[in-house]
Design a protein around this ligand. Structure first.
Ligand code: DHB
Length: 306
């Protein structure tokens, strides 16, 4: 069997198949249904300083070409994350990456400082600078190079754990934001977050999302994600965690060929919460068939014409 382990910064993961923030809750739901022990890492739902109710409904809609959501960062807040979830993570054997969101640099820092002040086994942080659905913060950071670099640099001061900046595709040049993350000291970037979208009911003439716009996800955005990962791969030296519309091991291989060293399965979890493990098994079979003993030779190995 191939060696699927990968290294990001100083952290080694047993395999490159992670589950994406917001699509797997806090990683503790329905343990009787899904065995999470084989997953490379769980990225938990975005956490803010204070608990949030999120946006009013309707905040999720399925379209013929992907799902649109505008949850508005509903979450339990950092205090509860620390008191209720960290102890559970302590006895899980799946690495946990905590996703943090905020509406100011201070908020991101305060959340991180609170987690760093207690003992836990979380392996790193993914910083959501790309939420399309809140009025303040969120994507504001991820579309601005200076803000991205400043936020990354500030957070870098407070942790030796993995620091991963999650990039938005809703920008003119994603490579510029990736470079700012690298300059600020990030260990990796994850790409992409959702693509801004809209859905209208032609009969009622109403928007299908309370906030009018939301984040499009699912197979529809895979080509967008592949292009973003490939562009970023050519622009920075830090590892890239690919995200966007993967439903099979073939999709994963394409993301690796585009330049990802690991991937996150997102929207597909809603249809089948056990899909990450299935994809992992299929990835193993693929590598065996190809007589490859690791995925590292495939990273960024796409053959382009130009
Ligand atoms: C939300 C956050 C995101 O980062 C995203 O891509 C989509 C939705 C949210 O909580 O609304």
């Amino acid at each position: 069997m191939a060696d699927l382990s990968i290294k990001i910064g100083h952290t080694t993961f047993k395999n490159p198949i992670f589950v994406a923030s917001g699509t797997f809750g806090y990683g503790t739901d329905n343990p009787e249904l899904v065995d999470v022990s084989n997953i490379g890492a769980i990225v938990t739902k975005s956490i803010t300083l204070n608990p949030r109710e999120g946006n009013p409904p309707p905040r999720i809609v399925e379209t013929p070409s992907g799902m649109i959501n505008s949850i508005g960062l509903a979450n339990i807040g950092v205090e509860k994350y620390i008191s209720e979830l960290l102890p559970i993570y302590e006895v899980m054997d799946t690495p946990i990456i905590m996703n943090i969101a905020g509406s100011s640099i201070t908020e991101y820092i305060d959340v991180m400082k609170k987690v760093e002040a207690v003992s836990s086994n979380i392996v790193g942080y993914e910083i959501n600078i790309s939420c399309p659905n809140v009025k303040e913060g969120g994507m504001e950071f991820g579309v601005d190079c200076e803000m991205t670099e400043k936020l990354t640099r500030e957070l870098r001061n407070f942790t030796d754990r993995l620091l991963i900046m999650k990039l938005s595709p809703n920008v003119t040049d994603i490579t510029a934001i990736a470079k700012s993350s690298e300059n600020g000291g990030a260990d990796a970037v994850s790409a992409i977050n959702t693509v801004v979208g809209m859905s209208i009911d032609h009969k009622t003439k109403k928007s299908n999302i309370y906030t009018t716009y939301g984040g499009l996800s699912g197979p529809a955005i895979k080509p967008v994600g592949l292009a973003c990962v490939h562009k970023v791969f050519n622009a920075v030296k830090i590892p890239i965690i690919g995200i966007g519309g993967m439903v099979s091991s073939h999709d994963v291989i394409e993301y690796i060929l585009a330049g990802s060293c690991a991937v996150q399965i997102g929207t597909a979890n809603y249809r089948d919460p056990g899909i990450a493990e299935k994809i992992l098994n299929d990835l193993n079979d693929y590598l065996d068939e190809q007589n490859l003993n690791s995925i590292t030779s495939l990273i960024g190995a796409v053959k382009t014409y130009v």
